[in-house]
Design a protein around this ligand. Structure first.
Ligand code: COA
Length: 418
């Protein structure tokens, strides 16, 4: 796992759980870091959540915890704390996404961790960061999407707020965290000192909604012409499938009219004539409602209707082929089944078959970051405590007697229930 990869030699003490943190440490593992996941003897709650096979680690867990070694440790036990302290001494990064105050209660605040190992980078995800009126609140994906502005800007103009399927609060924050960790590791090269990296899910969702803030400020100067909405207030509205960029775009329904029989089409300014010629001949090319982007914006709902009428004779793939020929940016709405069987996805190694001792064959998504000199090899997620002995012995150098002593003292036993 750690031969010659981009992050070979970087050891991560991974205390993350659920989705936001594990997605980040899994990416670090894909890139070659030695990720040691430390779990309470109860295990990451997701091991048992949404189980599809009795007694096997759930896909929720396996899909977020590949390329990691796993050990259990009772951090509420004095001997467990002793082992943890030694892990902090040997690691380059410690990652966590516990609820507010949890690490302080365990006695491992950033100040304490930094004292133990001044070179270590400590990376935390919190719902709302460590300070401010919301700091004490826990958060999950849709809470972060709600409070970071995503729900209010997703959905149809006259419908309720809608959560996006992309996990921008959890996985999105995890990707941000990885960027912060890598930057801190590079700075450490110069200073020899670790630092604290903190990402709040609310901040990361706001960052991912950045263009909605562009629109929020533009509203001060009047309606947003690229939106198909007819009315505007003083906040960025929901805008259905409108493109949200400088070019007009929308999802066009195709034959035979199933739930995902749509092609997303972007009508770039310079492709309009070719598109109009194809769809409606000279009459459409010369139609005054659409002759330039300004009038096309005003009359976009008519334009989408004309394209929809044309599309009703074609499947999304047929229409894609027609539009690709005239260089129009477009893409079919792909559902998970389409993607699971897609040749391009296979070629890009984005849906990989793996084996697992408890669940047999299963699939994980691949690594979307492709490095020419650091090929990714995906290794199945570990079972609970699978690498306890290996880490206690090989990494920390404890002998059998010491390990037995820790065990007798309760270092690996379940902490008392809350
Ligand atoms: C996700 C979240 C809501 C879950 O809340 P939760 O299930 O109550 O879990 P918490 O993280 O608050 O608490 C974990 C508890 O397990 C304990 N624990 C964790 N690892 C342990 C270990 N190895 N040994 C002993 N105890 C352990 C902690 O000490 C804590 O106990 P305490 O409350 O008595 O101090 C919360 O962790 C959170 O808000 N995280 C930050 C935001 C985030 O990442 N959310 C997205 C998740 S996808």
């Amino acid at each position: 796992m750690t031969s010659n990869k981009a992050l070979s030699g970087i050891r991560i003490l991974d205390m993350t759980h659920v989705q936001a943190g594990p997605t980040s440490s899994q990416l670090m593992g894909f890139l070659g870091a030695d990720v040691i996941k430390v779990e309470s003897p109860r295990g990451d709650a997701t091991r048992g959540q949404l189980r599809d096979i009795p007694d096997a680690d759930s896909l929720y867990f396996t899909m977020l915890n590949c390329n990691k070694r796993a050990m259990t440790l009772n951090l509420k036990n004095p001997e467990g704390k002793k082992i943890f302290t030694k892990l902090v001494e040997t690691c380059d990064v410690v990652m966590e996404n516990f609820g507010p105050g949890v690490l302080d209660r365990l006695g491992f605040s950033w100040e304490e961790v930094h004292k133990i190992n001044p070179r270590i980078v400590m990376a935390s995800i919190k719902g709302f960061g460590n300070e401010g009126p919301y700091a004490a609140f826990k958060a999950y994906e849709n809470v972060a999407q709600s409070m970071g502005g995503s729900l209010s800007t997703t959905g149809l103009f006259d419908g309720p707020p809608v959560a996006t399927g992309a996990q921008i609060g959890d996985s999105g924050t995890g990707v941000h965290l990885m960027a912060g960790i890598l930057a801190a590791l590079i700075q450490r090269e110069r200073t020899g000192k670790g630092q604290y990296v903190e990402c709040a899910m609310m901040d990361c969702v706001m960052n991912l909604c950045r263009v909605k803030w562009r629109d929020h400020q533009r509203l001060e100067r009047g309606p947003l012409p690229e939106y198909s909405n007819q009315e505007f207030a003083d906040f960025t509205p929901r805008a259905g499938n409108d493109s949200g960029g400088g070019q007009l775009g929308n999802a066009i329904q195709c034959k035979p009219g199933g739930p995902n029989d749509y092609l997303y089409v972007v009508v770039q300014e310079h492709v309009w004539n070719a598109l109009a010629e194809k769809v409606g001949g000279e009459a459409l090319v010369n139609d005054e409602r659409f002759v330039n982007i300004n009038v096309r914006r005003k009359n976009q709902n008519d334009m989408w209707q004309i394209l929809t009428d044309y599309a009703s004779n074609h499947t999304k793939r047929e229409l894609m082929a027609i539009l690709n020929e005239i260089d129009i940016p477009c893409g079919p709405i792909m559902d998970t089944k389409d993607l699971a069987n897609d040749e391009h996805v296979k070629l890009r190694e984005m849906y990989i078959e793996l084996d697992h001792p408890e669940r047999g064959k299963w699939y994980n998504l691949g690594c979307p970051i492709k490095l020419s000199d650091s090929p990714v090899e995906i290794v199945r997620s570990p079972t609970l405590g699978e690498h306890n002995d290996e880490i206690l012995g090989e990494v920390l150098g404890y002998g059998d007697d010491e390990i037995a002593g820790f065990k007798d003292a309760g270092a690996f036993s379940l902490p008392a229930k809350k």
